[in-house]
Design a protein around this ligand. Structure first.
Ligand SMILES: [Fe+2]
Length: 162
């Protein structure tokens, strides 16, 4: 039996998260923990995954506030879960993170991939602009995101053929 196992559980997004989502609390308390520089990173990440699992527009926008964090690791994790959530309300913030040349390369890479995962084709011109970024991690992530958007469109087109 696996039910009592203390091992990390697979999330509703099919991923095993680096920190288990906080079970108690609500949107406001998770946002507070996320934005509190004094909290341990593990707790802040638990708040990230709790907000992701909430999967509302409000949770998405709360996560966007977390980009003010001093930790590039945390900002990168936020970009990753915004891709998992696939909610276009995060797009203006993700575009800002990709465009900010002072942002950490890991965060810019994850923002680009999240933009692809969200599946809204309005971001194509922005992604195209950064396919020639001087940082290969950024440029390659934009190529992958553009390929994903094209692949999804082809798959949708194939479905309507039937
Ligand atoms: Fe990544």
């Amino acid at each position: 039996m696996d039910g009592d196992s203390p091992r990390p559980q697979v999330s509703q997004y099919g991923s095993v998260d680096p920190a288990p989502p906080e079970q108690s609390g609500e949107l406001q308390s998770w946002t507070g923990t996320l934005c509190d520089e004094q909290q341990p990173m593990f707790q802040r990440m638990r708040a990230v995954f709790a907000l992701r699992n909430h999967s509302s527009d409000e949770a998405c926008l709360a996560l966007c506030k977390g980009f003010n964090s001093e930790s590039a690791l945390l900002r990168h994790e936020i970009a990753y879960v915004l891709g998992q959530m696939q909610n276009p309300v995060a797009l203006p913030t993700l575009i800002q993170r990709l465009e900010d040349e002072h942002e950490h390369v890991m965060v810019r890479h994850e923002a680009a991939e999240a933009m692809g995962a969200i599946g809204d084709r309005s971001v194509i011109p922005v992604l195209q602009r950064f396919t020639s970024d001087s940082l290969p991690e950024v440029a390659e992530s934009c190529v992958v995101a553009l390929d994903l958007l094209a692949w999804v469109q082809r798959a949708e087109f194939a479905e309507t053929e039937w």
